[in-house]
Design a protein around this ligand. Structure first.
Ligand SMILES: Nc1ncnc2c1ncn2[C@@H]1O[C@H](COP(=O)(O)OP(=O)(O)OP(=O)(O)O)[C@@H](O)[C@H]1O
Ligand SMILES: [Mg+2]
Length: 227
């Protein structure tokens, strides 16, 4: 059958219509962009949208923002229902363990948390810092991580920090089923934000840059029909 694939909604207005209704379930999606483009906001909306439907979301912070600060900033958004925190949206800090654990230990810990919470939605934000700790083990670690997450039958979003002169972190992009790119561009003297679906396995996705905004009322919203 052409499209019997199960999908999970993105939680971001304007995204589902670009990807045949949602992310393939299970899958691992990379959301990549430079600092401040909206990666964390994008993933929080994904988790809270699932929570609204009774799903469990698990959010791993690595080494960029401690969970209490993510919660603090997200509490500023009117559209996120904070009562899900600690119940259907579970925060978990793996920053400390990354400093000393082996790839196997990190993987085992993530596995245990996904199994314990029975999460259908998982976020690791950002994944790219793990490279600094694992060196040559990073690529095999990503491969194992993606396979484990898919075996747990979850949609997982890994966020990727993008360095200047880099389009996206390629190791994660190759391992992932989908790649969503967030960018800034200078248009007529103003800096605008764009998102683009570069890859979505099993999906006839729309291509091209879509303009988006982040507002206090509605959070991250993709504006339809804009380029
Ligand atoms: N309450 C808000 N109202 C309007 N815009 C906001 C609000 N909160 C955040 N933003 C916008 O979102 C941007 C940051 O979003 P977010 O933290 O999701 O980005 P990020 O890509 O995760 O950043 P980093 O790379 O630093 O982790 C801010 O720079 C700001 O432009
Ligand atoms: Mg962030």
């Amino acid at each position: 059958m052409a499209d019997e694939m199960e999908r999970l909604c993105s939680g971001v207005d304007g995204v589902d219509e670009l990807i045949e209704g949602g992310y393939p379930y299970p899958s691992v999606i990379l959301v990549a962009g430079p600092a401040g483009t909206g990666k964390t906001t994008f993933t929080q909306q994904f988790l809270f949208a699932g929570a609204e439907m009774g799903e469990i979301g698990l959010y791993f912070t690595t080494l960029s923002e401690p969970p209490q600060w993510v919660m603090h900033y997200m509490s500023n958004f009117k559209h996120l229902n904070k009562s899900h925190i600690g119940k259907n949206v579970i925060f978990c800090d793996i920053g400390q363990m990354l400093r000393k654990a082996s790839p196997e230990e990190i993987l085992a810990f993530i596995d245990e948390e996904v199994a314990r919470t029975m999460a259908q939605r998982v976020v690791i934000d950002p994944i790219t810092v793990i490279k600094e700790f694992l060196g040559n083990d990073y690529r095999p670690f990503l491969f194992d991580l993606v396979n484990h997450l898919k075996n747990w039958r979850a949609v997982s979003i890994l966020t990727g920090e993008v360095e200047p002169n880099q389009l996206y972190p390629s190791e994660v992009a190759y391992a992932s089923d989908g790649v969503v790119l967030l960018t800034y561009e200078e248009v007529e003297g103003a800096r605008r934000k764009y998102m683009e679906v570069l890859k979505m396995r099993g999906t006839n996705h729309r291509t091209g840059k879509q303009s988006f905004v982040i507002t206090k009322e509605d959070g991250f919203v993709v504006l339809s029909g804009t380029f």
